[in-house]
Design a protein around this ligand. Structure first.
Ligand code: ADP
Ligand code: MG
Length: 689
């Protein structure tokens, strides 16, 4: 019996072992990422050409068609110099006559006699009733074979010809196909009745028909997603069993008392998420949880509960936020929620006086400060915690992976909680953040005021201002957002400074404030305070108010040049209103120049559901762009498609989780290939934060 050769060895056989692959071709193949036989066998087509016979009556102009016809009369030929020729024929197809033109295929002339049956594929000119021939098949047997066949189309480069590559792949299967080993455990293969790996790989290249291709695809998608999830689940599993997190007993009685004393009952979703967090905190392993909840779903109070529980257990907590304004505001709300219970909340921002900062740092180091709120100043050099037990990042997508890692290193193994209002579509949540646990606050507090969203053209702006004026005269407040601070020569966009001056005059005696990123922290704070206290009724601002800002009396938000913003950002901005001050409005002022701009305006007027919006955003922008390519951590799948194969992904994830948790995972020979795979992948390099 021959010794079995596993995939590893196919991965060790270089393509120049195949006939017809010399040093030059080897190099060209390498440009496509094909080095070994294994690479070649897994170099899948991105689509198929099919040769189903087309019904010309319904075929579109310039579409690709395939017809089976009979040459009618004599063909004619014209030469252009020695090389170039044009062959013309009339053919009869299903009782109709169409013409066919071949360029530079003079050899066909003598084969095409009156009455010859031809199968021809080419581009259809509906007006001239003419096919510009691309492929021609003669002989009935050949034709029957070709009709309905799927021809794999590969991505190639200028040195590699399609038919050559196709043939090479075929040859590779002939020589090595039998050595493609199964890499999934038998129990999964039979559970889902998957095709074997060898068969699926072959059939995905060379399916006889669509259904064969589908069967092959199903297997390959499952395999790809399962192996991917296996890595994530293994990471998650090992970090849970090995990391020495903080094990603490939580004072459930006092936590419940605190919750009961809130002015409102928690929503069911909040209760559920709080419980998930508290259970994590009690476990000896480090928590790594992402809480996602739409704007206004009440994440702050959830964070406060976790921080309070952590405090009661004797640890310090840190809350990191992306902007100074938000830091101030979170510090304020935590203060009012927690200081009556003896918790000392301090804030640490980039713009403190040296003295203030020194004092605060000392308080943190001595453990006098229980909760520290700040921007990333929180993780700078020189900040030492006495005993950091819980680190929370709000709007976590704004933090770099590195920043979060640094924060984690500040304490022993603080539990990590990340909160985001940008709902990540489930597909992405479990791929990009696959090793994190995800909690979702998918319910809004009762009695939320509805927000009506309108989209108007710029020439309607005066009427928008009238509306804002009315709103403010009745005691409400409004935001007016625009993309730029100062005039830009290049862009014809409204800027905050100018708009501020205009509104100050036009809306007098209402008071207008200005807020933008170039102001220093004290100035910003002062404007925000004035707006919070309704000393200023209208706040003209750039997107610095985007995240988290909470002024419930504001019931209108006008977003100028709204098409300049992404959907997630617009949704965030809109979330500044509808926070308890009454029915609210969001008015998008925009003359979008692009399709997608129009589309974004439409999506905004059609829904206020952040999950729907993020799903649409994902569709419009694509996954990489959606998360910001750099830190998206999105894998590149060869066969699987995250949109289409979401269900399989979920199943694969579940199976992978069960697999790594099996007691015999590392020992059972049945799984040795999976273990090898993990080793081969050297998975410790894939660390998500
Ligand atoms: P976000 O999830 O956007 O951070 P916040 O935490 O700022 O939302 O909460 C928005 C508002 O909802 C706050 O004014 C908060 O006091 C209020 N809130 C939070 N939870 C509830 C609840 N269960 N019932 C009523 N109001 C709530
Ligand atoms: Mg928030």
């Amino acid at each position: 019996m021959a010794t079995p050769i596993n995939n590893l060895s196919l991965n060790e056989i270089y393509v120049d072992k195949l006939p017809g692959v010399g040093p030059q071709k080897k190099e060209y193949l390498a440009e496509l990422g094909i080095h070994t036989v294994e690479d070649l066998l897994g170099y899948f087509p991105f689509r198929y050409e099919d040769y189903q016979v087309t019904d010309l009556a319904t075929a579109e102009h310039e579409s690709k068609v395939t017809v089976l016809g009979e040459i009618y009369g004599a063909t004619s030929m014209r030469w252009y110099g020695k090389q170039r020729s044009r062959l013309f024929a009339r053919i009869q197809v299903a009782g109709a006559f169409v013409s066919v033109v071949w360029f530079n295929q003079a050899y066909l002339k003598e084969k095409l006699q009156a009455g010859t049956k031809i199968l021809v594929t080419g581009k259809w000119d509906r007006h001239k009733l003419e096919i510009l021939a691309d492929k021609t098949v003669l002989g009935e047997k050949e034709q029957q074979k070709r009709i309905g066949q799927l021809e794999p189309i590969y991505s190639i480069n200028s040195h590699i010809k399609m038919y050559w590559l196709r043939n090479l792949i075929y040859q590779a299967f002939v020589t090595y196909g039998k050595e493609i080993a199964e890499n999934l455990p038998e129990e999964l293969v039979s559970k889902y009745r998957l095709a074997t790996r060898a068969k699926a790989m072959y059939k995905y290249h060379f399916p006889k028909n669509v259904s064969e291709g589908m069967v092959a695809r199903r297997r390959l998608v499952y395999e790809e997603l399962f192996l991917y999830e296996l890595q994530l689940m293994w990471l998650r599993h090992t970090s849970r069993t090995e990391a020495k997190g903080i094990e603490r007993e939580l004072d459930r009685v006092r936590i419940d008392q605190w919750i009961a004393a809130l002015p409102y009952p928690l929503t069911g979703a909040q209760q559920r998420v709080v419980e998930e967090i508290l259970v994590d905190m009690e476990k000896p392993v480090q928590m790594n949880r992402l809480v996602q909840g739409d704007v206004g779903s009440g994440k702050t109070v959830v964070a406060a509960i976790a921080l309070y529980a952590n405090y009661l257990a004797g640890y310090q907590g840190a809350l990191m936020v992306p902007t100074e304004i938000l830091a101030e505001q979170h510090a304020d709300s935590l203060q009012s929620l927690l200081s009556p219970y003896g918790v000392k909340v301090v804030s640490l921002t980039g713009n403190m006086t040296a003295r203030n900062r020194r004092d605060t740092l000392a308080e943190i180091q001595m453990g006098l400060a229980d909760i520290v709120v700040g921007t990333h100043a929180l993780i700078q050099e020189g900040v030492h915690y006495r005993q950091l037990g819980l680190a929370i990042t709000d709007e976590q997508h704004r933090f770099g992976v590195k920043q979060r890692a640094t924060l984690r290193e500040k304490g022993l193994h603080p539990d990590i909680l990340s909160m985001t209002a940008t709902p990540i579509p489930r597909t992405l949540a479990i791929t990009a953040f696959g090793e994190m646990d995800v909690s979702t606050i998918d319910e809004m507090p009762a009695g939320r005021e509805p927000i009506s969203t309108y989209w108007v053209k710029k020439d309607a702006f005066p009427r928008v201002l009238e509306f804002v004026q009315k709103e403010c005269q009745s005691g409400r407040q409004a935001y007016v957002i625009c993309p730029l601070i100062q005039e830009s020569e290049k862009l014809d966009l409204q800027n905050a400074q100018e708009l501020f001056e205009q509104l100050t005059v036009e809306l007098s005696p209402l008071r207008v404030g200005l807020l933008h990123g170039k102001m220093n922290a004290t100035e910003k704070e002062e404007v925000m305070r004035a707006f919070s206290d309704n000393e200023v009724q209208i706040l003209v601002s750039t997107t610095v108010v985007e995240v988290g800002v909470n002024v419930p009396n504001a019931t209108a938000i006008v977003i100028y040049d709204a098409d300049r913003f992404g959907l997630a950002q617009l949704h965030q901005l809109r979330g500044r209103v509808g926070r308890g001050g009454g029915a609210s409005s969001c008015i998008l002022v925009a003359d979008p120049k692009s399709e997608t701009g129009v589309e974004r305006m439409r999506v905004m007027t059609e829904t206020t559901d952040g999950f729907v919006i993020s799903q649409r955003d994902l569709e419009i922008r694509g996954p990489g762009d959606f998360l910001g390519v750099k830190q998206s951590g999105l894998p590149h799948f060869r066969v699987a498609d995250l949109e289409q194969d979401l269900k399989v992904l979920e199943v694969a994830r579940h199976d992978a989780m069960e697999m790594v948790e099996r007691k015999d995972f590392l020992q059972n020979p049945e799984f040795s290939r999976l273990v090898e795979y993990l080793q081969e992948k050297n998975i410790q390099v894939i660390t998500f934060d």
